[in-house]
Design a protein around this ligand. Structure first.
Ligand code: BGP
Length: 472
């Protein structure tokens, strides 16, 4: 075999063309069929937008939604299971049968339509009762409760699910502890709780990787990591180092622990400098060493440019992002919410990940374009999203040709859903859901132009994707 033959020159035949959602953002039925309250439910109630009680009402539209997935031609669907639907209080004696029934119904419909389920165990929605009982993820008790929940989920659905994701964007919820329901008036104590929640999530995941390998040796399991590619504002080493450190602390930390089985030195230095103590027990190092992921899930949206600033930024992260300012690059197409269109950044990011962990299988678990949208005669002409998909799929093919082992692409989101901070104003869907922040209207589904574009991508193995459009 010649050396060249080892390289792929296109998407592999078994490539999983998918789409993505998460439970609290699509399901609705937040208080139905025994589901417990989650921190995501409570957060949404405090926002000025709609809460999780109805969302996109996927819970009651599941047949119709899977039929649309089949029409689109999806080969995979990435969704999350709500822990509080299975264990309403997080650690009840018995699981909630109606919650199990719902996910059985969804998974069976997917399997029937030959759509591979890619299932996230935990996506921003810690059962609130665990916070009340012992402080949630900041307490080591959460490790056992998550493990028990994962075991139940594997027992119930493991015969039909081959791809599992443990925790969505762990670094985000560790750095913004309120997203896990963790609060404190003292900033240092809050950071310490946040980092302990981080540590507990690492241990819980490692245990669940091992459990999954033991129960289902042919299944694959990995984290869903938030990977935002950062570029320095100028060529100074200080700016370049800061932007690298941010990538390490926000993205590579989750990948390093999942694949290398230990806390990286840049993180230990950060803890030391910040005077933060972790609640470490004997045997923890072995747990991390023994429990490793098989692949990486990457949530990738766009590149960002940061420069050092003199102001302590209280922005998203306390400690990790400080002294930096995000700079908008006006040469790029920018969305209303800061995301830019920079598809070559995806190829760059994938190369970097592949350099660090050669040949690791990668699932793009999120990638999407937000817009405010409205129906026009029953249609939504989301031309920017079409352009975004075209550009990113083009660069994805280039990354595969570079030798990066990408096995699946799941744009965010299959249908319009509740944005984490902006309700229904910020839409990402391939399918329009006819509701807004003021009214539930009729909740009807309308495929957007991007749906039909992506349908053709899947049907033609991306032959309709062109370089021309991304250069426009
Ligand atoms: C990721 C989350 C998703 C999703 C997406 C878009 O961080 O995993 O749940 O919401 O970002 O973010 P937003 O909803 O804030 O626009």
């Amino acid at each position: 075999m010649s050396i060249q033959k080892q390289l792929k020159d296109d998407f592999p035949a078994d490539f999983l063309w998918g789409a993505s959602t998460s439970a609290f953002q699509v399901e609705g039925a937040a208080n139905e069929d025994g589901k417990g309250v989650t921190v995501a439910d409570l957060r949404s109630q405090k926002s000025k937008y709609i809460d999780t009680s109805v969302a996109a009402d996927h819970y009651h539209h599941v047949e119709e939604d899977v039929a649309l997935m089949a029409e689109l031609g999806l080969k995979s669907y990435r969704f999350s299971i709500s822990w509080a639907r299975i264990y309403p209080h997080g650690n009840d004696e018995e699981p909630n049968q109606k919650g199990i029934d719902f996910y059985n119904k969804l998974i069976n419909l997917l399997v029937k339509n030959k759509i591979e389920p890619i299932v996230t165990l935990f996506h921003f929605d810690c059962p609130e009762d665990l916070v009340k009982q012992y402080g949630g993820w900041a307490n080591r008790k959460a490790i056992d409760d998550y493990y028990r929940y994962a075991k139940t989920v594997f027992e119930q659905f493991g015969d039909r699910v081959k791809y599992w994701l443990t925790i969505n964007e762990q670094s985000l919820i560790a750095n913004v502890p309120a997203m896990n329901g963790i609060n404190d008036t003292d900033m240092h104590r809050l950071r310490e709780k946040g980092e302990n929640s981080n540590y507990n999530m690492f241990l819980a995941q490692a245990k669940v990787y091992s459990l999954c390998h033991k129960m289902f040796p042919n299944s694959k399991i990995g984290p869903a990591v938030s990977y935002m590619t950062n570029f320095p504002y100028d060529h100074t080493s200080a700016n370049a180092l800061k932007s690298k450190s941010m990538e390490d602390m926000i993205s590579f930390i989750d990948m390093d622990v999942a694949l290398r089985g230990e806390l990286p030195s840049y993180y230990l230095r950060y803890l030391k400098d910040s005077n933060i103590t972790l609640d470490v027990h004997e045997g923890d190092a072995e747990i991390l060493q023994n429990g490793r992921a098989n692949f990486l899930g990457l949530n990738w949206y766009s590149t960002s440019v940061f420069k050092l600033s003199n102001e302590e930024s209280p922005k998203m992260l306390d400690g990790v992002i400080s002294n930096v300012e995000k700079v908008r690059d006006d040469r790029l197409m920018n969305s209303e919410w800061d995301f830019s269109y920079d598809p070559v950044g995806l190829r760059f990011a994938l190369q970097k990940v592949n350099d660090r962990y050669p040949n690791i299988p990668i699932i793009i678990t999120e990638c999407g374009w937000p817009e405010r949208e409205e129906l026009e005669d029953g249609k939504v002409h989301d031309s920017k999203r079409v352009k975004y998909l075209n550009g990113h799929i083009y660069e994805l093919r280039e990354a595969i040709k570079d030798g990066v082992n990408v096995i699946s692409f799941n744009p965010w989101s299959f249908l319009d859903l509740l944005s984490v901070n902006d309700g229904m104003d910020k839409r990402y869907g391939l399918v329009f859901v006819n509701r807004d922040n003021n009214s539930e209207r009729d909740m009807k589904r309308y495929p957007k132009d991007s749906f039909y574009f992506y349908q053709k991508v899947i049907a033609t193995k991306a032959k309709n994707v062109t370089k021309l459009e991304i250069d426009e």
